[in-house]
Structure formats: C-alpha cells, structure tokens
Design a protein around this ligand. Structure first.
Ligand SMILES: C[S@@+](CC[C@H](N)C(=O)[O-])C[C@H]1O[C@@H](n2cnc3c(N)ncnc32)[C@H](O)[C@@H]1O
Length: 260
C-alpha cells in the first residue's frame, strides 16, 4: 500500500471520528432516519434486479467488509425477496474473478468457489423462482426453516465445515430472544478477523409505536440482543468505526468484528 493511500486513510479516520462527535450532525441524522423509516425507505432499492431491504449505506459497508475479509462463505438469515443474497453472491463472484486474474487463471463461472447460504422460515415461491433464475443462482443455497430450530442450526454447521473464512449476516426476526438465539447458534462460525453483522439494531433508537404490528420495539430488539451477547463473548467487539463512517445505518452497534 502506498504512503499516499495510508496518509489518505489517516485523514479519513480523523474526519470520521470528528463527524461522530458532531452533535448537530448526529441529531439531524437521527431525525432523518426517523422520518425515512416512516416512509419505508429501506424497501425501495434493488440489487441486480432483486428487491433488497437495506439502506444503500449498509450495502456499501458490506462491500467494504467482503473486500477486506474475502470470505469464502457468507451465511445469511432472512432472505425475503433475495436482494441481499444476490448482492453478497455478486460480491463473492467479484472476489473469485479478482483471485483468478491475480493467479493468471481462467475463472470458470460454472464452478464458483465462494458461496452464500440463506435461511428463511418462509421462502415464498415467487421469490425462490426469481432467485433460482438469477445469473448468481449457482453460488447460492437456501434452507427453509426457522433459523433457531435445532435441525436448521445443525444443517448450517454441517454446510459450513467445507469453508475456511466465514462472514455472518443476521436479518430475520428482530426480537431480542430470536436474535440472541441466532447469535448463540451462528456467531461462533465467524472467522477471526471477519464479521457477524446484526441488522436492524436501529429499532432500539426508534419510538416503539413505530412498529405497532411487530413483536419488537425499544428494549426488545437486535441491539439489546447484541449487548447481552457481548457480555459473555469477548471474542467479538463492536466496530464503531463503521457506524461512525456511515452515520445513516440500520445497524448501529451491529457490525461485530471477531477479534480472537
Ligand atoms: C428483513 S427481511 C430480510 C431482508 C433481506 N435480508 C434483504 O436484505 O433483502 C426478514 C426475513 O426474515 C424472515 N424470518 C422471519 N422469522 C424468521 C425465522 N424464525 N427464521 C428465519 N427467517 C425468518 C422473514 O420470512 C423475512 O423474509
């Protein structure tokens, strides 16, 4: 890495710390998040033609993490329309492509090395068909069932035995109990240096009346589960530099880095 690049990154780190301490910026961001959430902002994007229920900022963060970690397996809970599966699969395809170029090899698109495993309790037929018809489908596997059911957990652990560097994304049922059970089941599969990303921790920071038809709310959500999990799992740390950089994110305190 060039000295110029390292100096540029140092400058960025300073600016990121600075924006995180800016009370006015934080408060206008929180206000924006509150209003955007009321408009269902996160539902309005697509990745390579599939609806993805994420904020664009978090999508960029996932791209940065996947490039940094270079996982050979991404495990995701919560498939919905398949947008995040397709996004992660396409980023893994780029890693395979870059690796082939570096090694002077031809990449065989029919034999993908890196894969994505998705788990959802209800894979709707029209979503399954669209995912299976997508050009990225041959690096995606899906399991239908509750992510916290013992037989599903066993299947995921068995599947993951064939991989060396694993990144986890949890985005299914957002209650405290469910996310804590997912963390207990899957976070240990995260490779050292990789991440377990817990989405929708932002629910803790929103008024509970914002989710009238949902079992989650303030005090009962992915962020409270993360805090609980971290009490007994020092091998993970919240990577605050990511939320400080994004500002607009649905995963504050949700980017967990496995440090040992
Ligand atoms: C927020 S959506 C996932 C969005 C997707 N990750 C994306 O970025 O486009 C939540 C999904 O979690 C699924 N879900 C709910 N409860 C679940 C459970 N117990 N186990 C697995 N998936 C569950 C729902 O069926 C729904 O498809």
């Amino acid at each position: 890495m060039s000295e110029e690049y390292l100096n540029f990154k140092k400058e960025c780190a300073f600016e990121i710390d600075n924006q995180a301490c800016d009370a006015m910026l934080q408060s206008s961001t929180n206000n924006w998040l509150l209003n955007a959430n009321r408009k269902k902002y996160s539902y309005h994007f697509e990745w390579l033609g599939r609806p993805i229920i994420q904020y664009p900022q978090d999508m960029v963060a996932m791209q940065e993490l996947i490039w940094e970690v270079k996982p050979d397996l991404v495990i995701e809970t919560g498939i919905a329309h398949g947008g995040s599966l397709i996004m992660n699969a396409s980023l893994l395809a780029m890693l395979d492509y870059c690796e082939a170029i570096e090694n002077g090899e031809m990449m065989d698109p029919k034999k993908p090395k890196r894969r994505v495993l998705g788990i959802d309790v209800d894979i709707r037929e029209h979503n399954r068909k669209a995912i299976e018809a997508h050009p990225m489908a041959n690096r995606i596997d899906m399991i239908q069932g509750s992510s916290i059911a013992q037989d599903i957990i066993s299947q995921v652990h068995e599947y993951s035995k064939n991989y060396k560097k694993i990144l986890i994304s949890l985005d299914s049922n957002h209650t405290h109990e469910h996310v804590l059970a997912e963390l207990e089941a899957y976070a240990q599969l995260t490779s050292v240096g990789s991440y377990c990303v817990v989405f929708d921790t932002i629910i803790e920071d929103m008024p509970t009346e914002m989710f009238p038809d949902r079992p989650w709310g303030s005090g009962n959500n992915p962020k409270t589960a993360v805090w609980e999990y971290l009490k007994t799992h020092p091998e993970f740390e919240i990577d605050k530099s990511i939320q400080n950089k994004l500002l607009i994110t649905v995963a504050p305190d949700g980017y967990l880095k496995r440090v040992k």
